[in-house]
Ligand binder design. Structure first.
Ligand code: GLU
Length: 305
């Protein structure tokens, strides 16, 4: 497996050139555009990695997988999906347009920014600090990474400049679709997006979901099988932003990306994959990550469709 991963990283080493590092969160703009890494956690043969898989980066939207899993575990499917939809969206992840035009103004799915913010507002902890600790704990258990830290500089940078997310949250509040203190919920959101991870963590996150919620390293049943199935399904339909349809055809694996350049993918019953490259395509997905996942899926016949 390691030899295959090394070959793929080598063959995709120029793919980053078609993308650009995110700069709308100023601190993210410091990322090295040409870095890339690929990790697999196979449920039958364990971990393998190639490229730059130890460098830390922020989870960004990949963290929405953990908050969704937590919400499903604590509140149940019915409650979660009465507040957010399950619909894929052809608009960018931070768009406000359809949220305003489509009554009853519920976020279309839990993996776009408005949906993730709405999910956080539902969680049954009123104190923002406790809410964040619950999300962090879920992410840590999914990735077997106790002591999961946040990147303070990225957190502060997004908190200072995240006015689009503020607009989404205040709009939800104005139509009665957001419970609690808006700024406190946004603070939890900015913190969870700043959780520091690496490629090997994202492979294990995918592997835990691929194994029906059981972390293959710790042996802990982190979520129920049902929660893992729902999270994988929403990843498959909505996880790659407005590129989800294209990704389903070209790669064919449930996956979630983040603007830090990370992608976590879950191949049911087989493996988790972590891919990283900070240069993003126009939809916000890692350019190198997409190319490497496509190659890996083809080489190993991983498409689930
Ligand atoms: N923190 C980012 C934002 O809210 C997350 C977006 C993403 O990774 O897609 O803009």
């Amino acid at each position: 497996m390691k030899t295959l991963l090394e070959k793929i990283v080598r063959e995709c080493s120029n793919e980053w050139k078609s993308g650009r590092v995110a700069t709308y969160i100023p601190e993210l703009g410091k990322g090295r555009a040409d870095a890339s890494g690929l990790s697999v956690y196979s449920l039958s043969s364990g971990p393998a990695s190639a490229g730059d898989t130890g460098s830390p980066f922020t989870m960004q939207s990949v963290s929405k997988v953990a908050s969704l899993a937590l919400a499903l575990e604590t509140l149940g499917e019915e409650k979660v999906f009465s507040a957010v939809g399950m619909a894929a969206l052809a608009d960018p992840f931070n768009s406000i347009m359809r949220l305003e035009s489509d009554a009853p103004h519920r976020p279309h799915n839990p993996l776009i920014n408005s949906g993730a913010i709405a999910v956080l507002s539902l969680l049954p902890w009123t104190d923002g600090g406790e809410k964040f600790e619950a999300v962090r704990d879920m992410a840590a258990r999914l990735m077997a990474k106790p002591g999961l830290e946040i990147d303070e500089a990225v957190y502060l940078s997004e908190k200072e400049t995240g006015n689009r997310n503020r607009a989404l949250a205040w709009f939800l509040k104005s139509v009665g679709n957001l419970e609690g203190d808006v700024e406190e919920i946004l603070d939890v959101y900015f913190r969870q997006c700043s959780l520091l991870t690496d490629c090997t963590d994202l492979a294990l996150l995918g592997a835990t979901l691929a194994a029906g919620g059981r972390n293959p390293v710790t042996g802990e049943q982190v979520t129920s099988c049902g929660t893992a199935r729902i999270v994988r399904t929403i990843m498959a339909t909505c996880g790659m932003y407005d590129g989800s349809g294209e990704f389903a055809v070209s790669v064919g694996i449930p996956a979630k990306s983040g603007v830090g350049g990370g992608i976590s993918a879950a191949v049911p019953g087989k493996m988790g994959i972590g891919a990283w490259g900070p240069a993003l395509d126009k939809r916000g997905n890692s350019a190198a990550g997409l190319a490497m996942l496509k190659r890996l899926s083809e080489e190993l016949g991983l498409r689930i469709y």
